[in-house]
Design a protein around this ligand. Structure first.
Ligand SMILES: [Zn+2]
Length: 113
């Protein structure tokens, strides 16, 4: 289960990273809390999450509960993303919607443990 959640998080990182435009980033994608640049950036939200859920640093040491929290957050974010773009979350065949359905099942399973 832990491995499945880590995999799902890896995919959500890829989805979120695709949303961010780094060419204008003053910090080159390394989120710097409390700086003016990040505070005013339109990608602050995504960047902050990505830096808190880095595959090499944070995740391996996190508790199962913390991993589930991170995944729930990613789910909400991606959900808002596809809703804004008008996807039918139940029927759409795109990769992101498929991920969303998989994660919803996974979170239900994880909560039953
Ligand atoms: Zn879709």
């Amino acid at each position: 289960m832990r491995q499945k959640i880590l995999q799902a998080l890896a995919h959500s990182r890829a989805i979120m990273r695709n949303q961010i435009e780094l060419h204008d980033c003053f910090h080159n994608g390394n989120y710097a809390a409390n700086t003016m640049e990040c505070g005013q950036c339109e990608f602050e939200f995504e960047c902050h999450w990505l830096c808190n859920n880095d595959e090499f640093v944070a995740l391996e040491q996190k508790s199962m509960d913390a991993l589930i929290d991170s995944l729930e957050f990613a789910q909400c974010y991606v959900d808002a993303l596809v809703t804004r773009r008008g996807h039918d979350r139940r029927l759409c065949r795109c990769e992101v919607c498929a991920w969303l359905r998989k994660v919803r099942r996974l979170l239900r399973e994880a909560q039953d443990l």
